[in-house]
Unconditional design. Structure first.
Ligand SMILES: [Zn+2]
Length: 206
């Protein structure tokens, strides 16, 4: 995506993420791949509901700061996602309430309980708790990304989702969050049932 357009859509989706309650306070960060091997990423310490286009940080995919504000401290995991898979055009890191509940309890989110979750999220890969922003944390995220996971559950922290574009990444997070809410409610009714391997096979078209 060209830089000017990327700035516009990034801001638009930052507002939606904030309005949905997925990035409360100054939390969360969002990045978009820009033509020519660069990335636009939200700046450190700024509310996504109020971030301005000129505050966005422009970086090379290897991490050199080109322009804009100081980028988020979680930039390395975004750049790792963009470098690992050329089909990834956008990355969202969120602290949303339902996924957050699983993350803080250290419980996996089993996407095999509903066909839509299994199809659109794949298996939600878990990343153990490691200090956010540390080298070890980014290495653990990169390892999970290499397994081709496009929805990560970061224990003690939140989530990381990838999409071909920002719209797809947003939809994936929206679904992931809603699904996590369904699993939580299902707990009141005795817990969600996992589909059988045969059922899952059919869902994926055999
Ligand atoms: Zn975070």
């Amino acid at each position: 995506m060209r830089e000017a357009e990327a700035r516009e859509v990034l801001i638009e989706y930052c507002r939606s993420l904030y309005d949905k309650g997925y990035v409360p306070g100054i939390d969360g960060n969002v990045s978009v791949r820009v033509d020519g091997g660069k990335a636009l990423i939200t700046p450190a310490g700024v509310c996504k509901g109020a971030v301005a286009e000129e505050e966005l940080a422009l970086l090379s995919l290897s991490g050199e700061h080109i322009s804009g504000n100081k980028p988020s401290s979680e930039t390395p995991m975004h750049l790792a996602a963009l470098r690992t898979d050329n089909n990834v055009g956008a990355v969202i890191h969120a602290h949303s309430p339902n996924i957050g509940a699983f993350a803080l309890a250290g419980k996996p989110i089993d996407t095999r309980c509903a066909p839509f979750a299994y199809i659109h999220l794949g298996i939600a890969q878990e990343v153990p708790y490691i200090t956010p922003g540390s080298r070890e944390f980014h290495d653990a995220v990169e390892k999970a990304l290499k397994e081709r996971a496009h929805a990560l559950l970061l224990f003690g922290h939140g989530s990381l989702v990838m999409g071909r574009d920002i719209g797809e990444a947003f939809n994936k997070l929206d679904l992931f969050e809603a699904y996590a809410g369904m699993l939580l409610r299902a707990q009141l009714l005795g817990g969600a049932k996992t589909l059988t391997n045969e059922e899952l096979k059919q869902v994926k078209g055999g």
